[in-house]
Design a protein around this ligand. Structure first.
Ligand code: FAD
Ligand code: NAP
Length: 330
């Protein structure tokens, strides 16, 4: 039978923003429920080394997210393997429907659904998705041992993916529409020094070319953005790394958005246009989009939710106290 779960704080998303919100909300005795979604641990589970998480000179993205989940659980958060398919923010308590059939009723909601990879939207890209076209080098790089690969994009993701793919590929061509990368200087330096990587400036992907039976990529056709000249480059794999778009599907018709789909929050806070609904991380941040800033916003969202709930007459909030003994050091 379909179950209904009631909570003071429903956290949707299990990236750095969601897990950090869960740590803080648990320590405020709010007994949060966190729904993990289709990608438990979020975007960092699709990468390898993370070198800018304070306290760790280097940590594997998936390991960091396992630690964050364990931390949230240890503080008392309930972590639920479910996907929210529908969210009604028109009245309180807010209602969310889970793919599992569970209904969640929440006095406050923290949205931390993050962002998802963008695609170019070419028919040939779509045709070969999963058959040579990918947006995740760590997931699919292994299949291209000794092969030639292209990466599209000029940001941190594209440069990191190109570097990572040199572990497998014989050659990686980085195709970028300008002649300047927006990636961090340290990554650009590594890229330029890597003999397996060749940047191709001022080019965009026109078409992925391949065989139908079996389905597989053989080359890419690229166009020079100024001259229009078309060149064909042999490649068995195409990694699209042109950025991420906010995962706003649950709320795009219910909350104010800005900058092409990011959930708008009041400056200096995580309050959205609906009282009691808070947003944190890449879902709301078009500018910084880092693990540490997402975690910071997750903290803010839990503190904002705590304050909001304390002001409501219909919600009982326990006085502040550490949830478990181990938390007393914090
Ligand atoms: P995300 O990590 O995007 O997590 C979103 C969560 O929401 C997921 O758990 C998902 O399952 C869940 N969700 C979505 N929809 C639903 C739903 N309907 N129901 C329930 N749950 C849902 N940043 C750095 O600081 N350092 C790095 O080295 C670094 N490397 C990166 C490498 C790659 C390849 C990528 C893609 C990003 C990298 N970033 C890095 C950026 C960093 O990963 C993000 O800024 C950060 O993960 C954002 O955290 P978040 O919590 O907002 O959301
Ligand atoms: P991004 O910074 O938005 O870069 C996207 C890149 O793709 C840009 O170079 C852009 O070109 C290009 N691009 C966009 N649309 C295109 C199109 N239609 N055709 C061709 N090229 C296109 O995205 P990202 O690299 O995924 O990074 C997202 C966020 O995650 C950033 O904040 C980043 O710092 C963070 N991140 C951090 C790390 C790290 O800290 N090590 C690693 C990965 C990601 P233009 O440059 O011309 O606009």
């Amino acid at each position: 039978m379909a179950e209904t779960r009631k909570t003071k704080v429903l956290i949707i998303g299990s990236g750095p923003a969601g897990y950090t919100a869960a740590v803080y909300a648990s320590r405020a005795m709010l007994e949060p429920l966190l729904v993990q979604g289709i990608e438990p641990g979020g975007q960092l589970t699709t990468t390898t080394e993370v070198e800018n998480w304070p306290g760790d000179t280097e940590v594997q993205g998936p390991d960091l997210m396992v630690r964050m989940e364990a931390h949230a659980k240890a503080m008392g958060a309930e972590i639920i393997g479910d996907i929210i398919t529908d969210l009604d923010l028109s009245e309180r308590p807010f209602t969310a429907k889970g793919d599992s059939g569970t209904t969640y009723e929440a006095d406050s909601v923290i949205l931390a659904t993050g962002a998802r990879a963008k695609w170019l939207g070419l028919p040939s890209e779509d045709k070969f998705k999963g058959f040579g076209v990918s947006a995740c080098a760590t997931c699919d790089g292994f299949f291209y041992r000794g092969q030639e690969i292209v990466v599209i994009g000029g940001g941190n993701t594209a440069v990191e993916e190109a570097l990572f793919l040199t572990n497998f590929a014989s050659k990686v061509t980085l195709i970028h529409r300008r002649d300047e990368l927006r990636a961090e200087k340290i990554l650009i330096d590594r890229l330029m020094k890597n003999p397996k990587i060749e940047p191709l400036w001022h080019h965009v992907l026109e078409e992925v070319v391949g065989a139908d039976n079996p389905l597989g990529v053989e080359a890419v056709r690229v166009k020079h953005v100024e001259t229009g000249e078309i060149t064909e480059i042999p490649a068995k794999g195409v990694f699209v790394a042109i950025g991420h778009a906010p995962a706003n599907e649950l709320v795009k018709d219910q909350l104010e958005l800005h900058n092409g789909g990011y959930v708008k929050v009041r400056p200096g806070s995580t309050e959205t246009s609906v009282p009691g609904v808070f947003a944190a991380g890449d879902l709301t941040d078009h500018k910084y989009r880092q693990a540490v800033t997402s975690a910071g916003m997750g903290c803010m969202a839990a503190l904002d939710a705590e304050r909001f709930l304390a002001e409501q007459d219909d919600v009982e909030v326990a006085p502040e106290a550490p949830v478990v003994q181990a938390a007393s050091a914090g």
